[in-house]
Write a protein that binds this ligand. Structure first.
Ligand code: BES
Ligand code: MN
Ligand code: ZN
Length: 493
């Protein structure tokens, strides 16, 4: 994670290994103008020669400009001045981060937050720029040999916004902490990232914030006593024990808490309905919902938000073994509802249903949001750009959509209509765990809704947004920004 600070030094005089400056297609930004004047018209000449376009996506690194103290200047295209909206700004910050991470520098000063972005203030610009550059500079190192892990990379980022942005930078620090936590946990391989490891990570959060955070970890025997037959069934084929992690943060006396619940399947082989080659390889990311709610919890705690918050993570491995649960098993859930298993690969909803019912019953939260890499169907519907949002509560849904828009960690509302309910009918139990071919993301959410009755609840399906697939894939840290913003909004911060 980068160390953020605020800078008010002039771009030509700042003592920094690298200065990052925005360039419009049709105008100079204030920082670009300052560099141009100090450098005797160097940018103007590059514009004339066509080397500097200011187009979105175009970056240019200049070295040793006379009159400019920093040895490197990264010029980042911002597009047309009138078209600079939040997305264009974010993209430019991201381009800047990608340019920075390939330079041999450990510190930089970014002047991008000086430019106007319609509808947003300087704190937002500083925060968004800090987070985007931090995101681009993230590098997974946990299981690399020291020579590879220790390669130099940017460590410090100063932000110049033309205003006091201490608040935006403080927020960026807390959010980056949560996002980085989620990304590192999400990237960790499943032989290391077991339910036990996730519980240990929750303990590091609780230990670091012992004044406001408490942790309980429920073991298999505890879950048996609580009648969590669905959560236990999923874990029954795995050699690694299940954990139900419960973190509580007290920031507001005796008020009822907000609640976050996250799917923590550390590897999803599918169970007896085993996944085929091509579908199984990346299922270490099936705990990204858990990583996301833990990261958002960490952010909320670091910000000392004046709310109470609980974070509940059911964590298991969905494996294949003689002890595995079977299609056609009927499970008795904590809520008293029986469930017929028609597919052991629809396991996320089974661990979540017990965790959701437990959270509702024990804490009576003012609002409950869960995050889960729940369905491939949601990836088909929305791809990588929007998380699927499901809620029967319009005000809660609107609050979450707004939080996603403000952080560019966007969600899109999907239906949760009762019209789909008949798809979950079962001859042998109260409900079945799958709803057939059509509307798979909706029927998964509807399944969960049976276990949150009477609670203000929303579900985020992050199967398409929490990670980027491929050989060089990675965990994105989503939906930490959305959830953290929602909690900030709930706390009026
Ligand atoms: N973890 C998967 C969902 C998933 C699939 C996430 C692809 C990311 C990428 C989930 O447990 C699952 O296997 N869902 C099944 C449900 C089906 C059996 C009803 C799916 O989506 O195919
Ligand atoms: Mn599955
Ligand atoms: Zn899964």
């Amino acid at each position: 994670m980068l160390e953020f600070s605020q800078s008010s030094a002039a771009p030509d005089a700042v003592d920094s290994a690298c200065v990052v400056v925005g360039v419009f297609e049709d105008a100079m930004s204030p920082a670009a103008a300052a560099v141009d004047v100090a450098g005797g018209g160097v940018l103007a000449r590059l514009k004339t020669s066509g080397d500097l376009t200011g187009k979105p996506g175009a970056t240019l690194v200049l070295h040793g400009i006379p009159g400019v103290k920093a040895p490197r200047v990264v010029l980042v295209g911002l597009g047309r001045k009138s078209a600079l909206d939040a997305h264009a700004f974010l993209r430019a910050c991201n381009d800047a981060g990608n340019a920075l991470k390939s330079l041999p520098v450990t510190d930089a000063t970014a002047y991008l937050p000086e430019v106007d972005v319609s509808g947003h203030d300087a704190n937002w610009r500083a925060r968004t720029c800090a987070l985007a550059i931090d995101h681009a500079c993230f590098r997974y190192t946990a299981t690399l040999k020291p020579a590879n892990a220790d390669a130099p990379r940017p460590a410090k980022l100063a932000l110049a916004a033309g205003a006091d942005v201490a608040q935006g930078i403080a927020q960026a620090r807390a959010i980056a902490r949560g996002v980085t936590f989620a990304r590192e946990l999400g990237c960790l391989p499943p032989n290391l990232c077991t339910p036990t490891h996730i519980a240990a990570q929750a303990k590091t959060i609780a230990d670091e914030h012992a004044e406001s955070v408490t942790l309980e970890v429920l073991e298999r025997a505890d879950m048996q006593k609580l009648g969590m037959g669905a959560l236990l069934a999923v874990s029954s084929g795995s050699a690694t024990p299940p954990k139900l992690i419960v973190l509580q943060y007290k920031g507001a006396g005796d008020e009822k808490p907000h609640a976050l619940v996250g799917k923590g399947v550390t590897f999803d082989a599918g169970g007896l309905n085993i996944k085929p080659t091509g579908s199984m390889e990346e299922m270490k990311y099936d705990m990204c919902g858990a990583a996301g709610v833990l990261g958002a919890f960490l952010t909320a705690v670091e910000m000392k938000l004046p709310i109470n918050l609980v974070c509940v993570v059911p964590s298991v491995e969905n494996a294949v073994d003689g002890g595995s649960y079977r299609p056609s098993d009927v499970l008795h859930t904590h809520a008293g509802i029986t469930v017929e298993v028609l597919n052991t690969d629809a396991e996320g909803r089974l661990i979540l249903c017990d965790a959701l019912a437990y959270t509702c019953k024990r804490f009576q939260p003012v609002a409950l949001v869960d995050a889960a890499t729940l369905t491939g169907a949601c990836v088909v519907a929305l791809g990588a750009h929007a998380s699927g949002l499901f809620s029967a509560d319009d005000a809660l849904a609107d609050a979450l959509l707004a939080a996603g828009n403000a952080t560019l960690d966007r969600a899109w509302r999907m239906p949760l209509w009762n019209d789909y309910r008949s798809q979950l009918e079962s001859a042998f139990a109260d409900i079945a765990n799958i709803g057939g071919k059509s509307a798979g993301a909706v029927t998964a959410a509807l399944f969960l809704s049976h276990f949150t009755e009477g609670t203000r609840w929303a579900h985020l399906d992050v199967a398409g947004t929490a990670w980027v697939p491929g050989r060089k894939g990675y965990a994105t840290g989503r939906p930490v920004p959305l959830l953290a913003q929602w909690l900030m909004d709930c706390a009026n911060m």
